[in-house]
Design a protein around this ligand. Structure first.
Ligand code: BEZ
Length: 211
């Protein structure tokens, strides 16, 4: 199944290393990141899960819960979590979803058979408070993801949700942001008095504080 931006993120119940998880209920009213990795006890995946564990406070500051999934069983996840803590400088502090029957992987299109016939690729889904898909990313097994980029996208998405603002190429938090075309000139003058219009369609304004 291919999930497009705007689609409802499929709900599921799954085992994790620490018990059962009902996905939508677990997400609650906040944001979510569901990401898959190919396999437990593999080097790139070990560094990725360590990176996410170290960013726990950054995701929490963005009201965002994170869960990882692979086709390995819960017992394997539990054993591997000890290695991650030992080698990556952080305890795994988010759910490790076990998906041996590929239920979640199939719902989210995480297996790309011509890349790997059985293991999940490195998929990322950012899910908004309305449970719809806001971002998808797909990386090959051999490339570890940059989770700072996921945080940057969350910042951008949350600016859009709260203020109808967009972010330019290579934007970093603290830099000026873009007033979307959905905001009229009159409205822009009222809501963003410090903005500057380089062109009528290219209006920049200082980044507001987090909503
Ligand atoms: C890894 O995590 O290192 C990995 C997993 C599957 C294929 C290639 C690399």
């Amino acid at each position: 199944m291919t999930l497009n931006l705007g689609d409802l993120a499929p709900d599921f119940t799954a085992q994790t290393a620490d018990g059962d998880l009902r996905f939508h209920e677990w997400l609650g009213d906040g944001w979510g990141v569901l990401f898959s990795h190919p396999a437990d006890f593999t080097p790139v995946c070990t560094t990725e899960l360590g990176a996410v564990a170290r960013l726990h406070n950054e995701f929490a500051a963005r009201d965002t819960k994170v869960a990882a999934v692979s086709v390995d069983p819960a017992s394997s996840h539990r054993a591997w979590a000890a290695d991650i803590a030992e080698t990556q400088g952080a305890e795994v502090n988010f759910p490790l979803i076990a998906d041996p029957d590929r239920h979640v992987a199939t719902l989210y299109g995480m297996i790309h058979p011509r890349h790997d016939s059985t293991a999940t690729v490195r998929s990322v889904f950012v899910i908004g408070p309305d449970k719809t898909v806001k971002l998808t990313l797909t990386y090959p097994a051999s490339t570890g993801r940059h989770f700072g980029e996921i945080l940057r996208v969350l910042d951008s998405l949350q600016l859009t949700a709260a203020h109808q603002l967009a972010t330019p190429a290579d934007w970093q938090p603290g830099q000026d942001v873009i007033i979307t075309p959905a905001v009229s000139q009159q409205e822009a003058a009222r809501r963003f008095p410090d903005h500057r219009a380089i062109k009528p369609y290219l209006r920049l304004t200082p980044q507001p504080d987090r909503a």
